[in-house]
Design a protein around this ligand. Structure first.
Ligand SMILES: C[S@@+](CC[C@H](N)C(=O)[O-])C[C@H]1O[C@@H](n2cnc3c(N)ncnc32)[C@H](O)[C@@H]1O
Length: 300
């Protein structure tokens, strides 16, 4: 079958690349140009248009808003897994959460707010939720007098309140996260104690228990915009900034600084760094796990 050879000219490619960058911060360098072209071809065919310039015109028109969302959705890489980067999660569990709970209790502030920015299909925010519930149980065990432990133990023991905002630019990823159902392959990194405590087995799948789902709120947020969740104690934004250029990374980290409470922590991906991006954070680590803490002197 003869292929429909619609050429993508250099100026058209530049126009579309700039539009994508302006809309969501994703930057396609030489290495990823082929991926962008492939996805543009697919969308062009799906819209049955005869040139990339016509497609560009559609994307920039009022009627093209749905198609723009579809294109951005097609450009995202949603690779993720439960308990990704274990050394970093150990730092989060053992050090960050422990210090946070002690600080909050001293201030009689029993609310925890965390944000998974670029949460994909939910494995990251649910991992955070399981670790927070775990840390809270252990904290209560050590700090509540014997005889005062509620029975049965709720996942979030009162008076504590936990909210984890899970945001992404991909609606289909958000829907999967909201469903909270994972297959055998996806559940593989979750150890048996966590499976027993936080999941129900339904046929061949594992479904997050309602009590965990109630802690996580999925919402659409484009990190390119300024309307982002505020007053967070912890932000996870892992393996998202790698798709942005340096200028966009700097803008995003500045926004994260403002979205964090004083002393708040930012967790970024294994292959990402704040070196040369921001001096408003200091690196903290435990064994091989690293994170960044808001540097309060900057505020003075
Ligand atoms: C590779 S996944 C990372 C998922 C998870 N954080 C992890 O590390 O396992 C990157 C996610 O970032 C999302 N993303 C990319 N650009 C975004 C933007 N401008 N705003 C919000 N989410 C974005 C993608 O849709 C994708 O789900």
């Amino acid at each position: 079958m003869a292929s429909l050879a619609i050429q993508l000219s250099e100026p058209e490619s530049k126009l579309l690349q700039t539009l994508v960058y302006e809309q969501c911060g994703m930057f396609f360098d030489e290495r990823r140009a082929h991926f962008l072209q492939d996805r543009l071809y697919r969308r062009l065919r799906a819209c049955r248009l005869e040139s990339f310039y016509t497609y560009y015109r559609l994307l920039t028109s009022r009627e093209g808003r749905t198609e723009l969302a579809a294109l951005l959705e097609n450009l995202t890489v949603n690779e993720t897994s439960f308990f990704r980067n274990k050394p970093q999660l150990e730092l989060f569990h053992k050090t960050t959460l422990d210090a946070l709970l002690r600080r909050k209790q001293q201030a009689r502030d029993y609310s925890l707010r965390l944000w998974s920015a670029g949460c994909s299909t939910g494995q990251e925010p649910y991992t955070m939720a399981m670790l927070v519930c775990d840390a809270l149980s252990y904290f209560m065990l050590r700090n509540t007098p014997v005889g005062q432990h509620p029975s049965p133990k709720p996942l979030v023991p009162p008076p504590w309140r936990v909210e984890i905002v899970a945001s992404d630019i991909s609606y289909s990823a958000l829907r999967s996260g909201q469903d909270g159902v994972y297959n055998e392959q996806q559940i593989e990194p979750v150890d048996y104690m966590y499976r027993l405590r936080y999941f129900d087995r339904v046929g061949d799948t594992y479904r997050l228990k309602d009590a965990v789902k109630q802690v996580v709120h999925f919402d659409f947020h484009n990190l390119k915009t300024d309307y982002l969740p505020q007053r967070n104690d912890v932000i996870f934004c892992r393996n998202v900034m790698i798709y942005f250029d340096e200028a966009e990374q700097k803008r995003l980290v500045e926004k994260f600084y403002r979205c964090l409470n004083p002393g708040g922590h930012l967790f970024i991906g294994h292959a990402e760094t704040l070196f040369g991006i921001s001096d408003k954070f200091r690196m903290v680590h435990l064994n091989n796990g690293t994170a960044y803490q808001r540097n309060e002197q900057e505020e003075a």
